[in-house]
Design a protein around this ligand. Structure first.
Ligand code: PGA
Length: 257
């Protein structure tokens, strides 16, 4: 369990460098409330510029949305872990459902990327989640547990506390997604939390996040789950006011804890 509430956003395929920089400049230390750990994941093109634009002392962690498992070589259109680290990333998101669905990301490639991220000194943020079909078949818990086990296949027990996990049901993500009720996702979160405690010899992962149609209306309710250490947000944090609003909600929840 994390001692802070993590609130992160992937900007996905939005924001020019100028737009990313304007957002980052708003993330002044005094704008970030106590008790939260914010992070932002720009597109690769914006990474270095956002690193340079984050105000001095900003507690916001910077990350990439993907990177290749290979150290270097013939990977047209790809970037390596070392390259995203060089551009300022300390976190790297791996296995998002959009990449699994459209770019051939598999449990096997995610596992290789997790290993490569750790070797590069990056914090992997591994995304897992079931489709509506899998849920309707009553296999959500088993499916997500399988994804977690596969992603951590090349991770040693003492490295599990370096890994961030995000449970994001595919049916809850994006424009066509449906916000989940806590009761729908709680059993999966409990299973994942227990699983990583076992894999990590009792300590668990660095933080377990929930994502999928998170917004300011449902954030506090989702953070109430005993196994949720934070939220991973898309659309509702694409403008900086939305992100800062979520940080304030998370800080209030942390304050009550
Ligand atoms: P959303 O995206 O918040 O826009 O549903 C979440 C995600 O893909 O991580």
């Amino acid at each position: 369990m994390s001692d802070r509430t993590w609130i992160g956003t992937s900007w996905k395929m939005t924001k020019t460098i100028g737009e990313a920089v304007a957002y980052a400049r708003e993330l002044r230390p005094e704008a970030v409330p106590d008790g939260v750990q914010p992070f932002v994941l720009p597109a690769h093109t914006g990474l270095a510029a956002v690193r340079d634009a984050l105000p001095a002392g900003s507690p916001v962690l910077l990350g990439a949305q993907n990177a290749h498992w290979a150290a270097e070589g013939a990977g047209t259109g790809e970037v390596s872990m070392r390259m995203v680290a060089d551009a300022g990333a300390v976190v790297v998101e791996l296995g998002h459902s959009e990449r699994r669905a459209a770019f051939g990301e598999t449990d096997g490639t995610v596992a290789r990327k997790v290993r490569a991220a750790l070797d590069a000194g990056l914090t992997p943020l591994v995304c897992v989640g079931e489709t509506a079909e899998v849920r309707d078949a009553g296999r959500a818990v088993e499916h997500v547990a399988g994804q977690v086990r596969a992603a951590l296949a090349h991770v040693a027990r003492d490295e599990v506390p370096r890994v961030l996990l995000a449970y994001e049901p595919v049916w809850a993500i994006g424009t066509g997604g449906r916000a989940a009720a806590l009761g729908e996702v709680s059993p999966v979160l409990a299973e994942v939390a227990g699983l990583v405690r076992g894999l990590g010899a009792g300590t668990g992962c660095r933080a377990l996040l929930y994502g999928g149609s998170v917004d300011r209306a449902n954030a506090a309710g989702l953070l109430a789950d005993a196994h949720v250490d934070g939220l991973f947000v898309g659309r509702a944090a694409w403008d900086v006011a939305g992100f800062l609003g979520l940080l304030r909600i998370a800080s209030g929840v942390a304050g009550r804890g």
